[in-house]
Design a protein around this ligand. Structure first.
Ligand code: GRF
Length: 198
């Protein structure tokens, strides 16, 4: 199960990888918190079921989160992957579904909505992307995988984020495949991936 809010290029990378049965993972559904986004169109083109649960259709955030949990449960996912999903999920949701998120910075540096911008403003020479197990915080969960990306002198936020996204997609595809084939163990902050396949 993949959750998206936007362009869905990370989703597309997963959809492409799942085209090979040897990859080991299958996307049972794609969910979004808004309609009319390219992420949903990508899923539809791939023949993957989609659903939308918009926060604005619910009176409370708790109601939205519970409704999201109901529809996610229906697909019985082994793993929920937030790929550019721009909403925080409740601890109830996270207790029910093992949920990963990808963030365009090297956690614990530059959490939040503006990872590439904050890295650029700080003047770091290396940034990257992080795949992590979602906990109650903002980009604070146990780290599954990271990839480093150099910052160029003439980068702006768009060029830096685009370079990060190329590396981020490869990291996501590799990690999800290893999890699908070999499992994932989370012990406190330490995560081990793919041991059964090693
Ligand atoms: C990714 O860089 C993700 O880490 C961030 O937003 C971007 C989503 O890109 N939260 P896309 O929708 O997968 O193209």
């Amino acid at each position: 199960m993949v959750l998206v809010s936007g362009a869905g290029t990370n989703l597309q990378a997963l959809l492409d990888a799942c085209g090979d049965p040897a990859y080991g993972a299958r996307i049972v559904a794609v969910g979004a918190d808004r309609d009319g986004i390219e992420g949903l169109a990508r899923a539809e083109r791939a023949g993957v079921p989609t659903f939308v649960r918009s926060l604005s259709d619910f009176e409370t955030r708790e109601g939205w989160d519970a409704a999201l949990g109901v529809v996610v449960e229906r697909f019985e996912p082994d793993l929920v992957v937030c790929a550019g999903f721009m909403k925080l999920l409740s601890t109830d949701f996270l207790a029910r579904f093992l949920t990963l998120n990808t963030h365009p910075a090297l956690c614990p540096a530059f959490p939040g909505m503006h990872g590439p911008r904050d890295a650029l403003e700080h003047g770091v020479k290396v940034t990257g992307a992080t795949l992590f197990v979602v906990d109650g915080g903002v980009d604070t969960g146990p780290i599954v995988a990271q990839v480093a990306v150099p910052v160029a002198d003439d980068d702006d936020v768009a060029t830096l984020h685009e370079r990060i996204k190329v590396a981020e997609r490869a990291m996501l595809v590799e990690s999800v495949g290893r999890i699908a084939r070999g499992g994932i163990e989370v012990a406190g902050r330490r995560v081990r991936v793919g041991r059964a396949a090693d």
